[in-house]
Design a protein around this ligand. Structure first.
Ligand code: AMP
Length: 580
């Protein structure tokens, strides 16, 4: 975006948020008048376009409900199935946080919404940090997945793959980014990552922002650098990329930018060769103004470690979006990751909200009896209340449950602002109780505080419901790291046992009652060796998840994934008593 565009972007945000109700109504009217004659909507609206009829007759649905219609499109049926406009392809969702990848239809008009969203989400960032595009390059870690062709010949690709394939993006890439197109499209994620980091080091004087879509990918990059910087330094010294990199595209890209530079290699070596990597990002990329990546939701667990590496550089979550729709932007890029709220913009999709009971201590099964409750419009949500997000889009989703739980934290003009709470239904459960992603995060946060004074960081965690014996119990996989140095001493077992107790005490009421009655057995923490969660990520990537869009599951259900973690366990600890 041009620098003079950001003020226009901010002005547009003001107008959109001031007229939120009217814009939402107009958008719905437009969607319905275009698509009332489709197979899907005809069943409920009989050709009519009235908002009240839409609310009364069109059901709230999940992906599974729409799947038969989507499959018909994918299989080549031509009639107006979900939309009157023709479908030009599909976005493939990552499927790592909540289950199987989904195919989300795209229409030609979708590209324009994407561009507007980008302009609007970048405007507050430019206001605070200046237009980085004018002064240097972005070192963004970007990855793609193979494009799949449906039987009807339509392309199905992840959102990021679709963006990076766009000819406009390819044109601006060499000027604005340190990564080369060959490295982004390299089919080997590890080789792609190595090259993107190497190219970022070579162009370190030009780098003004670093990032990736999600915090987990930035961290993965920094860890890769921590274990490969010596090899990268010798590449820079020799002006040739390591023989380990076999991908031809990557090798060609490297040949085009590398020449022997012993001075740079020595400098990077002297920076990397230190006892602690605290604040390494600012040392390696001294002109960087911020690190851009989503740090909210399931990414919250990575912020402590990212802050360690980035010390002093702001972590900026610019936007909230999914394969189904672009939704909200962060108007306060400088606020702490834990305080980030997203303002939902009324021109992006027609939004509705299923109210959820508000007491976080309540179990999910009570919260989920929300089907009888009427969804609320965007401008009618209430401060402090939690909702499940529904979207109606120009591309054929009607009252579609995205699967995210959001809480209203304020309003910008008439548009509500939301904190991302959790993925809905991603919960661990061994009996009738259910622990949500947010409950689990809270308990882990309480427990890991015990490690801080000992100089340890919890770098990753996930959970598993072990019901192989009766009663079943919660298993937490923890990967730990020392703040100083790379190897990990053992944590005092007494502290780990205390962590188990602290977690149980922090879990919700139903868990504690069941635990006291021995319906649930003692919580267990399995400490895994360093690199275990990288191996888990590799596994999901090998199964088709995009490294750009990967989200670590909050609860492991796949046997193979469990095997990966179990085979790396270096210590097991159990809660000694039931919580009070
Ligand atoms: P995908 O469709 O694979 O791109 O995944 C989209 C999902 O990622 C959303 O439904 C959210 O659960 C999560 N997500 C995306 N953006 C954010 C954000 N800013 N904060 C928290 N979670 C997010």
């Amino acid at each position: 975006m041009e620098s003079n565009g950001y003020e226009g972007g901010l002005k547009m945000i003001e107008e959109l948020t001031t007229n939120a109700e009217q814009i939402q109504d107009e958008l719905l009217r437009e969607i319905l008048s275009r698509n009332a004659g489709t197979d899907y909507l005809r069943r409920f609206l009989h050709g009519q376009t009235d908002k009240q009829l839409f609310k009364k007759n069109v059901p709230v649905v999940t992906y599974e409900d729409l799947k038969p219609y989507i499959d018909r499109i994918a299989n080549g049926e031509r009639s107006d199935i979900l939309v009157a406009e023709s479908i030009t392809g599909f976005f493939m969702s990552s499927g790592t946080s909540g289950g199987q990848p989904k195919l989300i239809p795209i229409t030609a008009g979708g590209g324009t919404t994407g561009e507007i969203f980008h302009t609007l989400s970048e405007s507050p960032v430019i206001k605070h940090f200046g237009d980085v595009n004018q002064v240097g390059k972005r070192m963004e870690l970007m990855f793609t997945r193979p494009v799949i062709e449906t039987p009807s010949g339509l392309r199905a690709a992840s959102v990021t793959t679709t963006i990076y394939s766009d000819s406009g993006f390819r044109t601006i890439l060499p000027k604005l980014y340190t990564s080369h197109v060959e490295t982004i499209f390299c089919p080997e994620p590890e080789q792609s990552l190595y090259c993107q980091l190497l190219f970022g080091l070579i162009q370190r004087d030009e780098v003004v922002m670093l990032g990736s879509l999600f915090a987990s990918t930035v961290l993965r990059g920094l860890k890769h650098l921590e274990s490969h910087w010596q090899e990268m330094c010798s590449d820079i010294k020799a002006g040739q990329i390591s023989h380990r990199i076999t991908d031809l595209g990557c090798r060609n890209a490297a040949a085009s930018i590398m020449k022997p530079n012993p001075q740079l290699a020595d400098l990077i070596e002297s920076i990397c060769n230190c006892k602690s990597w605290e604040g390494i990002v600012r040392k390696l990329w001294p002109k960087a103004r911020y690190v851009g990546c989503v740090c909210t939701g399931v990414m919250r667990q990575y912020t402590a470690e990212l802050e360690f590496y980035c010390r002093g550089l702001p972590l900026v979550s610019t936007s909230y979006a999914c394969s189904e729709a672009t939704c909200g932007i962060n108007l306060e890029p400088l606020c702490k990751p834990s305080d980030v709220s997203y303002t939902l913009l009324p021109n992006l999709a027609y939004f509705e909200f299923l109210p959820l009971k508000n007491d976080p201590a309540e179990s999910i099964e009570m919260r989920s009896n929300s089907e009888d409750i009427e969804p609320v419009d965007l401008v009618h949500v209430k401060l402090g209340h939690r909702y499940e997000l529904l979207v109606t889009t120009c591309a054929g989703l009607y009252r579609y449950k995205v699967g995210d739980v959001l809480m209203v934290t304020g309003f910008h003009n008439n548009a509500p602002q939301f904190q991302f709470v959790e993925r809905k239904n991603v919960a661990i459960s061994v009996d009738q109780e259910k622990t949500s992603e947010a409950d689990l995060f809270k308990a882990v946060t309480e427990a890991k505080a015990l490690l801080d004074p000992l100089g340890f960081i919890l770098t990753e965690y996930t959970s598993y419901a072990d019901t192989s014996s009766t009663p079943g119990h919660y298993v937490l996989f923890w990967e730990l790291k020392e703040k100083e140095g790379n190897d990990c001493k053992e944590v005092d077992p007494k502290v780990m046992i205390e962590c188990c107790s602290r977690m149980e005490e922090s879990l919700q009421y139903t868990y504690k009652v069941y635990r006291k009655k021995n319906i649930i057995a003692a919580l267990e923490i399995r400490v895994v060796e360093q690199g275990s969660f990288e191996a888990l990520m590799d596994y999901y990537v090998s199964k088709g998840a995009s490294l750009s869009q990967y989200k670590r599951p909050s609860c492991i259900t796949s046997k193979e994934a469990l095997k990966i973690l179990d085979s790396r366990v270096i210590g097991k600890f159990f809660s000694p008593k039931s919580p009070v």
